[in-house]
Design a protein. Structure first.
Length: 253
């Protein structure tokens, strides 16, 4: 790690919140979760018009990955995103988020393509995931160096997480307006196809009709994996809020 990175990131940590549905009993999780919701709304409204909805039901059952700056014992959230597996959706009787999004958009061909893909994982729902709601604290945009480094840590969180849990298909959407489609494609994601044709952009209702593209990936690029190795210390030192197996069993009973 070079001196510039060490200086910028000496007080930065990765924080993971697994399934707020199971962990909101922790006061620190409640505080982080509420501030994360506020940040998402602030971050998305800085780019999209009033009415954008970056917080939904899936926030309660997803795993949230945050990059935080330590601030007198109360972490300041700088960037974050969420991911949820098909298996987790099935446990909560939820439609897979990508499918719910495409249905609301009336994207018929996209739905058919995703339906075919999900059908391949009916017996292994833990092997497919959907990531979304990537947001950055608007104040970070004023510091290009910090913004670029946070993008690297986003790559670390996304790739290291998926590799650790062993997913085979990783899905998400990219928005050309903010070039997130280009970012995810640089990591190895590709535009979803149906019957040999690349699926066109669709209008995403939760982004007040902004154009989006459906992406999926099975492997990360060599450059993405190099970024993971470069910042692996941050990943290994992450703080994790997760429910105990005993707590889940008790609730299930």
């Amino acid at each position: 790690m070079n001196d510039m990175v060490a200086k910028l990131f000496g007080d930065i940590e990765i924080v993971v919140i697994e399934s707020p549905y199971d962990t909101l009993g922790d006061p620190e999780v409640r505080d982080l979760f509420s501030r994360l919701a506020a940040l998402k709304i602030e971050g998305y409204r800085a780019v999209y018009e009033y009415g954008v909805l970056p917080v939904d039901t899936y926030d309660f059952v997803a795993t949230h990955y945050l990059v935080c700056r330590k601030n007198q014992g109360r972490p300041e959230i700088l960037t974050g995103y969420k991911t949820v597996t098909l298996q987790k959706c099935l446990k909560h009787r939820l439609v897979f988020p990508g499918m719910a999004l495409l249905r609301s958009a009336g994207a018929t061909s996209h739905c058919l393509a995703l339906e075919e893909l999900l059908g391949q994982f009916a017996a292994n729902p833990d092997k497919v995931s959907y990531s979304s709601s990537w947001t950055i604290n608007p104040e970070v945009r004023k510091n290009p160096a910090l913004k670029n480094l946070l993008k690297d840590l986003m790559t670390v969180m996304l790739a290291a997480h998926e590799l650790e849990i062993g997913t085979v298909e990783r899905l998400g959407c990219g928005v050309p307006k903010v070039k997130s489609d280009q970012y995810f494609q640089s990591l190895g994601y590709q535009r979803m196809t149906y019957r040999g044709d690349i699926l066109p952009p669709f209008s995403q209702p939760s982004l007040v009709g902004e154009s989006a593209v459906l992406l999926h990936g099975t492997e990360y690029t060599e450059e993405a994996l190099r970024v993971v190795e470069r910042y692996r210390d941050f990943w290994q030192a992450r703080r994790i809020f997760r429910p105990s197996d005993a707590a889940i069993e008790k609730k299930a009973a």
